[in-house]
Design a binder for this molecule. Structure first.
Ligand code: ARG
Length: 460
């Protein structure tokens, strides 16, 4: 096998199975654009350093440009013998432009090349994900704005706790996604560090200019240690950690959408285009999109553990183990992008059944805390007020009466200080609008939070 890499020191061809087993071309061809981009920058730098001539550079750029078109158009012949994306492209380049193609790898190793490619790839993906996160945030805001006054039960332990507004509930999701955006922006800083120039592990004897390649490739930083440069995969772990947290959020969101769209809750309708039917039960409309996103969270967690475990015992510097970084990372990217797109499309289209959420908030004594607070304002210690209201609730449970449905006389039976004005605090509207401070559920506060969020998004 004359095409074999480093063949001169071998006395037998690679076992056919081993060749396939050790190859990565089946999946790393997804980085072909970044590999070509990196090679063009490297060749320009070599020319600047006097290692390649202008003519050689022109040939390399022409050849790589043609290869990119061949791959774009599905005409490129991938070869398992060429192991990975780097060797496939280099072999084709030499085939196209002759001996000059063999000079491209001067002062470079696949170890710094692959580390550079993954970073360029992930940076491109992050730059596509960030605007989609913003689109999701805008979708959440538009739903929050429509439902800023809509009353629903707030839950703790999934038991009715206190009334909240639907807009307030949506703004909780906005806050979570906002932190995810911050995490991703922070991760991007470390992704955007250039390992190229580390060569195999120790650097190179050529007079390379790393500042120039970094500038050509848009890197903000250059790795400062060649051993670390070729072996660091922290950035991929960080991205996957971001993705795990983000999917954990979407999974919680999904869980609520699934519950809320059930016949038992009926808080929302998901538009039909995000649902599917059952092959046997004619009445079914299943919330497939949130269910699937909830399910996909598991695979992303798995990828995080894969990458952490991949790195945990690796001695410096590059080890072939690192080839295993790509599939978990790529699948994490695909899962984030798919789930994000589905949610950004779906969330602003959610229809809220205001009558149902209101009726549900009326059940379960959601204004009991308001009655206790009322008694505290009349001078009772909170613990005593808690006790009084507990007795009133027990009466309500027994007689199937909400607190607001009891007569003044009945309520006064629990405490003499209760007067006519109690009914204002026992209404759902009174309860939510009384929580009127930064972070509270009062519609006034929710609307202010939405305004702040809009300004924030316009600046971002
Ligand atoms: N396909 C390899 C990877 O994904 C590229 C680097 C190979 N380097 C080496 N010395 N075998 O990591």
């Amino acid at each position: 096998n004359t095409a074999k890499l480093s063949s001169a020191r071998f006395t037998e061809a690679t076992d056919a199975f081993v060749e396939e087993f050790t190859a990565s071309i089946q999946f790393d061809n997804r980085m072909y654009r970044q590999d070509i981009q990196g090679s063009i920058a490297h060749a320009k730098m070599l020319t600047e350093a006097g290692i390649l001539t202008q003519d050689e550079l022109a040939d390399i750029i022409n050849g790589l440009t043609q290869i990119q078109q061949e791959i774009d158009n599905g005409k490129f012949q991938w070869s398992i013998q060429q192991e990975d994306i780097h060797m496939n492209i280099e072999a084709r380049l030499t085939n196209l432009i002759g001996i000059t193609g063999k000079k491209l790898h001067t002062g470079r190793s696949r170890n710094d090349q692959v580390a550079t490619d993954i970073r360029l790839y992930l940076r491109d993906e992050i730059d596509a994900i960030l605007p989609e996160l913003k689109r999701l945030q805008q979708g959440i805001l538009s739903l929050a704005e429509k439902e800023a006054d809509t009353i629903m039960p707030g839950f703790t332990h999934l038991q009715t706790a206190q009334p909240v507004t639907f807009g307030h509930h949506m703004m909780a999701w906005f806050e979570m996604i906002k932190r995810d955006v911050e995490r991703l922006q922070d991760c991007r800083k470390r992704v955007n560090t250039m390992p190229l120039g580390s060569a195999a592990l120790a650097g190179t004897t050529y007079p390379i200019n790393r500042e120039l390649t970094a500038e050509l490739l848009g890197f903000d930083r250059i790795s400062e240690n060649s051993l670390d440069g070729v072996s660091d995969r922290d950035f991929a772990i960080e991205f996957t950690a971001f993705a795990s947290t983000f999917l954990m959020h979407l999974s919680r969101f999904s869980e609520e959408l699934v519950l809320w769209s059930s016949a038992q809750f009926q808080f929302i309708d998901l538009p039909d285009r995000f649902c599917t039917g059952s092959s046997i039960m004619p009445q079914k409309k299943n919330p497939d999109v949130p269910e699937l996103v909830r399910g996909k969270t598991g695979r992303v967690y798995g990828h995080l553990i894969s990458l952490l475990t991949l790195m945990k015992s690796q001695p410096l510097a590059y080890n072939k183990d690192n080839q295993e970084d790509k599939e978990p990372l790529f699948d994490t990217v695909d899962t984030v992008r798919g789930s994000l797109r589905a949610f950004a499309d779906m969330v602003p289209a959610i229809i809220v059944n205001r009558d149902m959420t209101y009726a549900a908030a009326k059940n379960g004594f959601s204004t009991a805390t308001d009655l206790a607070d009322y008694l505290v304002k009349k001078g009772l210690p909170f613990r005593d007020a808690h006790e009084v209201v507990g007795l009133a609730v027990a009466h309500g449970v027994k007689n199937k009466l909400d607190l607001s449905e009891m007569s003044l006389e009945t309520l006064q039976g629990f405490h003499a200080d209760i007067t006519e004005d109690v009914f204002e605090v026992l209404t759902l509207e009174g309860s939510v609008s009384a929580r009127d401070h930064l972070g509270g559920t009062a519609p006034r506060q929710v609307k202010a939070a939405i305004q702040r969020a809009k300004i924030f998004l316009n600046k971002a």
